[in-house]
Structure formats: C-alpha cells, structure tokens
Write a protein that binds this ligand. Structure first.
Ligand SMILES: [Zn+2]
Length: 187
C-alpha cells in the first residue's frame, strides 16, 4: 500500500517539478542573455494514445513563436539542458534530506522526482551532442513515450529502492521504547 501511496504522491509532485524545471531553463537563458518564453505545447504519446500538455522554454527566432528556435552555441545548449532539471533536483534533494526518516512515503516520492529530473538532465544534455553527430539518432530522444516511459521507470526504481527494507515506523518505535526501558532503571 505504501508503494502505491508513494507513487501517487510522486505523480502528483511531478508536474510541479517539471514546471519548475522548464522555468529554470528560461531563467538560465535569461542569465545567458538569450530571450525565451515558456509555452505549453502538446505531447502525444503512442501508448497510451493521449495528448498531454507539456511546458517548453522556447527561444523565438525571426519567425516568432512556433518557428525555429534561435541558434545558440553548443556549450550553452548543453549547459542549459542539463542545469534546468539539475537545479530543481538539487532543491528537491535538500527537501528530501530535511524530511524525517519516519516519513517514508514522502521521502520516496521526493526521491522519485529527483530520479526523474536526473533522467531528464541526462537525455536533455545528450540531445544537442547527439544532434551534432546525427540528428536522426538525436530525434529518438524527443519521442514522448521514451521521455515519459523512461521517467516512469526511474521513478518506480527510486520508490522501490527508497521503501525496500528498513523497519516500519511502528516497529522502530517499539524498539526505541524497549531501548529506553533498558537504560532508564537506576540512571
Ligand atoms: Zn528540460
């Protein structure tokens, strides 16, 4: 049951984490002196066949929004793609560290989102590099099913790793009461 709870909580938090990650792309573009706009665009999955709203930090070129993005140096593109999700992952990691160990469901949900953000940092950072080499291969990384499917897998793995083993909070409190009983007489 706590696996399901952790997954639902992680799924609830994911749109917030993803929105923060796209806004962070726009903030980094601004710091680099590149104008950008956060837009909502449709992302259509093959399986299940649904269209989800997806945020994107676009860099409008001469053709305006909807046209090709303004070209930027490769290093800036890689840095922005990695740092957008990575900054939010660091923020959620700080939150994860500050949540007490007894809040296992909340900690698992936070860890799942950190894992998803690291996954996006990896594939978004790889995209411009692969694109230089072979744009057909790079375009595979843009397939919505790969993005959401991959994120789902790493989230499930993070939840399993976070909840696996360890004692339940009730078992731990019984032990601590017994421990306190053992040391208290005569002290
Ligand atoms: Zn991104």
């Amino acid at each position: 049951m706590r696996y399901l709870k952790a997954f639902l909580l992680a799924a609830l938090l994911l749109p917030v984490a993803m929105a923060a990650h796209e806004v962070m792309h726009a903030v980094i573009w601004w710091m680099l002196g590149v104008r950008s706009v956060v837009v909502v665009r449709p992302w259509t999955l093959q399986f299940p066949p649904v269209t989800l709203p997806s945020l994107h930090a676009a860099r409008p070129g001469p053709g305006g929004l909807g046209g090709p993005d303004v070209a930027v140096p490769l290093a800036e593109s890689v840095a922005n793609n990695v740092l957008g999700p990575l900054v939010v992952a660091v923020v959620l990691t700080v939150l994860w560290l500050s949540v007490g160990r007894s809040s296992r469901v909340a900690r698992a949900a936070l860890l799942a989102n950190v894992a998803a953000l690291l996954f996006f940092a990896l594939i978004e950072g790889a995209y411009p590099l692969l694109d230089v080499w072979n744009d057909d291969v790079a375009d595979v990384l843009l397939v919505p099913d790969l993005n959401y499917g991959g994120a789902l897998l790493v989230m499930l793995a993070a939840i399993a790793a976070s909840l696996r083993g360890g004692r339940s909070p009730s078992a731990r409190s019984v032990v601590s009461v017994r421990d306190e009983g053992a040391v208290s007489p005569g002290r």
